[in-house]
Design a protein around this ligand. Structure first.
Ligand code: GTP
Ligand code: MG
Length: 177
C-alpha cells in the first residue's frame, strides 16, 4: 500500500450477500452499522438490512485500512457513488443462492463501472459448499467480458476467508498502481 493515501476498500453486492457480516468479521474496531428492520422479504428473509453504510477498520502492515459496505437495496443506491469515492478497490460479494446471481453480478459491475475500471477488485461467491463447483460459470462470465479478477468461494463469517480476499485485493492494487 502506498503511503500518504487513504486506504479505503468498498464491499459491494446485493442484499444478503454478507457485506455487513464481512466487515464486522474482520474489523479491529467495533463496526459502525446502520441496520434497520428489513421490510423487503422478497429480496431476503434476513431480519435487518443496511440503510446507509457499514464502516470498520483493520490494521495491516502498520497501515489502517478503512472498510466500507454499501446498502445492497437499490432504493439506497444514491449512497453508492458517495461510498465509492476514493476507494482503492472493492470486494464484490455474490450470493450463489439468489435467483440469478450472474444478473446480480452484472448489475453491480455496471453500477460501479468507474471504480471497477480504475481499481482492482476481487469477487467472493458466498453461500456455496466451497467445493469450487460454482467458480466456472463466473470465470466464464468474466472471460466473456474480457475481465480476469480473482474469484473465490468464501464464507464471510470466517475471518480467514475475508482476510484472504482483502489481502489479494491489496496485492493486486499495488501491482496495478
Ligand atoms: N449459510 C451461509 N450464510 C452466509 C454465508 N455468508 C453469509 N451468510 C449469512 O448471510 C447473511 C448476510 O447478511 P448481511 O451481512 O446483513 O448482508 P448484507 O450484504 O450486508 O445485506 P444488505 O445490507 O441488506 O445489503 C448473514 O446472516 C450471514 O450469516 C455463507 O457462506 N453461508
Ligand atoms: Mg448490510
Amino acid at each position: 500500500m502506498s503511503k500518504g493515501t487513504l486506504h479505503k476498500v468498498l464491499f459491494i453486492g446485493p442484499m444478503g450477500a454478507g457485506k455487513t457480516t464481512a466487515i464486522a468479521c474482520i474489523s479491529d474496531t467495533p463496526p459502525i452499522t446502520t441496520e434497520a428492520a428489513n421490510s423487503d422479504a422478497a429480496q431476503s428473509v434476513k431480519a435487518t438490512t443496511t440503510v446507509a453504510m457499514d464502516y470498520g477498520t483493520i490494521e495491516l502492515d502498520t497501515d489502517i485500512v478503512h472498510l466500507y459496505g454499501i446498502p445492497g437495496q437499490p432504493r439506497f443506491r444514491f449512497m453508492w457513488p458517495i461510498l465509492a469515492r476514493g476507494a482503492l478497490g472493492c470486494i464484490v460479494l455474490i450470493d450463489e443462492t439468489r435467483e440469478d446471481p450472474l444478473q446480480d453480478l452484472d448489475d453491480y459491475l455496471q453500477a460501479f463501472a468507474e471504480l471497477i475500471r480504475q481499481q482492482a477488485f476481487v469477487v467472493g461467491i458466498v453461500k456455496t459448499d466451497k467445493s469450487g463447483a460454482a467458480l466456472e460459470k463466473y470465470a466464464n462470465y468474466f472471460a466473456s467480458v474480457g475481465m480476469f479478477p480473482p474469484i473465490f468461494e468464501a464464507d464471510v463469517r470466517e475471518k480467514a476467508d475475508v482476510l484472504m480476499m482483502l489481502e489479494i485485493l491489496l496485492i493486486n492494487q499495488e501491482i496495478k498502481e
